[in-house]
Design a protein around this ligand. Structure first.
Ligand SMILES: C[S@@+](CC[C@H](N)C(=O)[O-])C[C@H]1O[C@@H](n2cnc3c(N)ncnc32)[C@H](O)[C@@H]1O
Length: 213
């Protein structure tokens, strides 16, 4: 699931993004309002951002990354031909955003915050920061959209997710597949109401939470 860095070109490429970008867009089409302004957390290779802006008109997709990963993301975004974007869609320069650093969250209010495959990379203690930061930048009724693998009360939804969880924890005990129920409960306490839990290919899920008015 991690993006590869191709050293010669210094360009990131994630095969997983190529597989999941279509199914994710299909769900976003159901939930995003027209002319949506979206903040993405942990944009990685920028493949989701560029694909969504190429496929959907009227989308303003603000990518972001940890400061140390920002240059690689920006280099990738600069390979996107602006003429390939759908009408009235915009893909501005990436911004630095470390989720646990509240000063780095933008002041701009958005319709949605999107993040793919970050919850199992972030330490569990950083998830409340992700929810609280999202609640601050979302307009009332705006959506936090979290894509990735999750388990329910410690019960994995597939053996492959259990194996992935073990793999992550062997790399770094702070990483690991997160509990959807726990995350939804934390989010509720921070002003975000769980709205949907959409089953996605390869035992992933897309959690939808709404910023309460
Ligand atoms: C597995 S990659 C997913 C990248 C991309 N969203 C995707 O789906 O391919 C996890 C991403 O989270 C970012 N990340 C990790 N810790 C972060 C933090 N504390 N704040 C913001 N982003 C973080 C990493 O830099 C990386 O790009």
């Amino acid at each position: 699931m991690m993006a590869e860095v191709r050293p010669a070109e210094r360009v990131l490429f994630s095969p997983a993004c190529e597989r999941n970008k279509g199914p994710i867009l299909a769900v976003l089409q159901d939930w995003l309002p027209p002319q949506a302004r979206v903040l993405e957390i942990g944009s990685g290779s920028g493949q989701h951002a560029s694909y969504f802006c190429q496929q959907r008109a009227g989308l303003l997709w603000q990518t972001s990354e940890r400061p140390e990963a920002l240059a690689d993301l920006q280099a990738q975004l600069e390979t996107v031909d602006p003429a390939s974007l759908a009408p009235h869609s915009q893909l501005p320069a990436a911004i630095p955003l470390e989720v646990t650093c509240s000063e780095q969250w933008p002041r701009t209010i958005v319709d949605a915050v999107f993040s793919a495959n970050t919850c199992h990379i972030l330490p569990a203690a950083a998830l409340p920061a992700l929810c609280a930061g999202s609640a601050r930048v979302l307009r009332p009724g705006g959506l936090l959209l979290l894509y990735g693998p999750f388990h329910d009360g410690g019960v994995h939804t597939a053996p492959s997710n259990a194996a992935f969880d073990d793999h992550l924890r062997s790399l770094d005990p702070a990483m690991g597949v997160r509990d959807a129920l726990e995350l939804q409960e934390q989010a509720r306490g921070l002003g975000l109401e769980p709205m949907a839990d959409v089953a996605m290919p390869a035992h992933n899920r897309l959690l939808v939470l709404e910023r309460r008015p």
